[in-house]
Design a protein. Structure first.
Length: 324
């Protein structure tokens, strides 16, 4: 269970406990009335036995007392506090449903719309707890950014339904991912086949996640912003690792160059200095280009979000102006 789901569950239970505590005085009063009524019933049975003993002496049996029919209690209206707790409980239940949806991949538009309402629901809960009015759903909450158009070539792949087949598939995929990790740790450039395996890592990770989440299908499409950032970090760390390894080799070569006599192994290292420097320069150029590409991607994303936010603020200001 996720942390958010557990927090929601605890909040719901605390709300139920608070409601039960408010019912405690009423339940105690009802218990006392029932106990008193039970005592009256015992007294009536004793009186009936005494009447049967003196029945021959009396001309006629005394009429049995008619038990008073208790008046129905008036329906108690919920207090404002009870109404507030009930609303908080309902909103926390929605947050639990959203937390469950977020754990799945490939949400349909209806499910995604529920997930997008999470910030508004959290704000509503906070307002209820502070005794404030609920925020307006149209004006006070910024709508989510429109989802990107699906890229051409996106497709949906059905996943095996049999649990044994799914488990077997997960094992095979994780074996491939281990091979990819080993390839990424190698020094020097990869050949075409090895690079294709490394490039397939994202798709393999998606499939493993979908299988372990119990999804029936996998949607193959462009990488998400989160995946793009993970790809960038992985490539950046790999380039930095290789540059560090070459720098270490060049440092050892500098140590050899100060010696008068070198063995064949040391001479080979020194002779390889130019090649290592060239490789290091190429890696550093690739790292610079990678960092620049990521910076442009982030800037573009921030500009998009800023434009979207500005448009929403203009819309809110226009509505308030019309309301005046």
């Amino acid at each position: 269970m996720s942390t958010a789901a557990r927090i929601a569950e605890i909040q719901e239970k605390l709300a139920e406990i608070a409601e039960l505590k408010k019912l405690e005085p009423k339940l105690k009063k009802e218990l006392e009335e029932l106990e008193a009524q039970a005592g009256e019933d015992d007294d009536e049975e004793d009186d009936q036995q005494e009447e049967e003993e003196v029945e021959e002496e009396e001309p006629a049996p005394a009429p049995e007392p008619v038990a008073a029919v208790p008046e129905p209690e008036p329906v108690k209206q919920a207090s404002p506090e009870e109404v507030r707790l009930k609303k908080i409980k309902a909103l926390n239940k929605k947050l639990q449903q959203i937390a469950a949806l977020k754990g799945k991949g490939g949400l349909d538009p209806e499910a995604q719309a529920k997930v997008d309402r999470e910030p508004l629901i959290k704000k509503q809960i906070a307002c209820l707890k502070e005794g404030k009015d609920l925020p307006d759903e149209n004006d006070d909450e910024e709508p989510p950014a429109p989802p990107p158009e699906p890229a051409e070539g996106s497709k949906t792949v059905a996943l095996p339904a049999d649990p044994a087949e799914r488990e077997k598939r997960v094992k095979a995929l994780k074996k491939k991912l281990a091979q990819i990790t080993a390839l990424k740790e190698k020094d020097g450039p990869l050949d075409k086949e090895a690079q294709e395996k490394v490039d397939s890592e994202r798709t393999l990770l998606r499939e493993v996640a979908a299988l372990e989440a119990g999804d029936a299908e996998l949607v193959l499409g462009p990488p998400t912003d989160s995946e793009k950032y993970e790809i960038y970090l992985s490539a950046k760390h790999e380039l930095e690792r290789k540059i560090k390894a070459i720098t270490k080799k060049l440092g050892a070569i500098d140590g050899h160059k100060g010696k008068d006599e070198l063995d064949n192994h040391a001479k080979a290292k020194v002779e390889n200095e130019a090649s290592l420097k060239k490789e290091k320069g190429e890696l550093e150029r690739r790292l610079g280009a990678l960092n620049k590409e990521e910076a442009l991607r982030v800037a573009k994303r921030l500009d998009f979000e800023a434009d979207h936010h500005a448009h929403h603020e203009e819309k809110k200001a226009s509505k308030k102006k019309k309301g005046r």
